[in-house]
Design a protein around this ligand. Structure first.
Ligand code: HEM
Length: 172
């Protein structure tokens, strides 16, 4: 019985703290930003940990059928499930999910399937490195996203033709 009372008091305190925080800061957590506030991150840290994906394995994580949403940038795989409205099926940037589309991150040609690749051949190397650095900084800096591993690409795919040049970005 005492445990029930304690549980009631505790949940009352939590509800009060969350409500006051929301009223005063617009955030449920007093503005505190941490990956540990995301259940997906807690599950990842406790039960799975970083892994190595193939491109085919990565293709599963597009948010369909309740899957998590992953994207890769220059081989690093991020969990971006926190923003299904940005990366989930039918969303603005869904084409970046479930694959390593680093080339499109660099040139912005996101509506052209041939550009949705990790193949950076033919791009200005300095510009590509700079864009990749910026996007990496972006994803690393957001507590709502985290690294879940890396994708190992099939080197044979880079024996094919260089993707066509694209200087007409089509963002969405
Ligand atoms: C190389 C070109 C671009 C790339 C690779 C790109 C990619 C992205 C990505 C990945 C996001 C999601 C960010 C997140 O996870 O919070 C985003 C958000 C957004 N982008 Fe772009 N984008 C590009 C250019 C543009 C341009 C030119 C515009 C404006 C016309 C634009 C407008 C937006 C807006 C409004 C958001 C939503 C921001 C938010 O609500 O947090 N993007 N972009």
């Amino acid at each position: 019985m005492i445990f029930l009372d304690l549980a009631r008091i505790l949940s009352g305190v939590v509800v009060l703290l969350v409500s006051v925080s929301y009223a005063r800061t617009g955030s449920l957590t007093w503005g505190c930003e941490s990956r540990w506030l995301y259940p997906g991150y807690v599950m990842f840290r406790l039960f799975s940990g970083p892994r190595v994906f193939t491109d085919d394995e990565l293709a599963f994580y597009d948010g369909r059928n309740g899957s998590r949403i992953f994207l890769a940038l220059n081989g690093t795989v991020y969990d971006v499930s926190a923003r299904p409205e940005m990366y989930g099926p039918g969303s603005t940037y869904s084409m970046l999910a479930a694959r390593d589309a680093t080339r499109a991150f660099v040139n912005g040609c996101m509506r052209d399937d041939a550009q949705l690749t990790y193949d950076l051949r033919g791009l200005d190397q300095t510009k590509a490195e700079e864009a990749i650095r910026k996007w990496k900084e972006f994803f690393d800096s957001k507590p709502r996203y985290w690294v879940v591993g890396r994708v190992e690409h099939d080197p044979a795919k880079l024996d094919s033709d260089i993707p066509p040049f694209c200087d007409q970005p089509t963002y969405f």
